[in-house]
Write a protein that binds this ligand. Sequence first.
Ligand code: FAD
Length: 338
Amino acid sequence: MSSSTINSTTPVLISGAGPTGLFAAILLTKLNIPVRLIERHLEVSPLSKALVLHARTMEIMAMSGVIERFLVEGKHLREFHIWQGGKQAAIFPVLNNKESHYNFGLFLEQLRTTALLTAELNDLGVQIDRGWELMDTKVVEEGKKSWVETTIRRAIQGTNVRSTESKVLGVVEQDAEEAGKQYETEVVRSEYLIATDGGKSVVRHKLNIAFPGRTLDNNIIIYDGHVESDIPFDCITVVNGDNGKMMVAFPLNDGQTRIIVDNGTLTPEEHMALKPEDLTLEMFTGMVQAIIGPTIKAGSFWREMPPMCTLQQVVKVKQQQQQQQQQQQQQQHKASKE
Ligand SMILES: Cc1cc2nc3c(=O)[nH]c(=O)nc-3n(C[C@H](O)[C@H](O)[C@H](O)COP(=O)(O)OP(=O)(O)OC[C@H]3O[C@@H](n4cnc5c(N)ncnc54)[C@H](O)[C@@H]3O)c2cc1C
């Protein structure tokens, strides 16, 4: 049940503190435009989706004066290694846009990108307003004046995030309140709303804005963890398996490797039937070995195994460790500021 509603104003409300929302907040703050950045999660997601920053992204970040920390922390990668089964077949230059000063791919997990952008924003004196979820928004017009009115809410205890949510264009079934939870609600009046609330944007659905394009029905499995292999996975490595399947390995920044295995095309029904517990370490190891032959030693993967993972469901991997690492880094950053 909602316990209270308050009203507030801000020149710019930004909804969603992923990389896009954070970067928008940094730019506007540097232009002395006050922002309020809300994020429904209480913590940064431990799921590292993106791994690489491309040349144009780095150029824009450089123009905005926020590239240094990224260049120091990320890996500069320029090569793509192709293997056919257990044998190296070719090496290609990759991501080396010669017209750019940044003629490499900068490898940095999204978790770190988000942490570094958050640190940049904090240095400018702005904190993310966590726990607030955008529920609804509309443009109000009165005579010659107009503004945006956005309803946000936050659970007084615990998190806002519900386990089930379904969104159909124009209809967002997010209003259900969880039994026993108390929410505070706020109506924010702003000149602008920047909707950086991700691919499933509530704002897009509420305003009935279509998302043209098509959905790929490829099923992939992602593993982030330790791998022991005779193939050196120290650069982007594509392995074309003798069984006709493909896998790609990316070095991560902490000595671990991301492995993406092509699991073929699934029907929507097959996709829906997938359960995290269906994927075991043994099964994944078997899939990799079937692609690259005996090169990877049996039992060479370790760490808790991510559940079945598709592009739609990047799942919990090394969650605790990443959270601890991030807390340590935040503490170190705070200590260095004091
Ligand atoms: C497996 C995978 C690999 C990828 N690899 C790459 C890559 O190598 N390079 C690359 O450039 N991109 C890559 N991407 C894409 C990249 O991850 C996205 O483009 C990026 O996350 C988009 O950032 P964003 O800030 O727009 O949205 P998001 O990262 O989705 O952030 C949206 C934020 O809004 C918050 N939010 C959502 N709804 C609400 C609400 N109602 N109220 C308040 N807050 C809300 C969410 O909690 C979230 O924090 C990859 C994606 C996947 C899945």
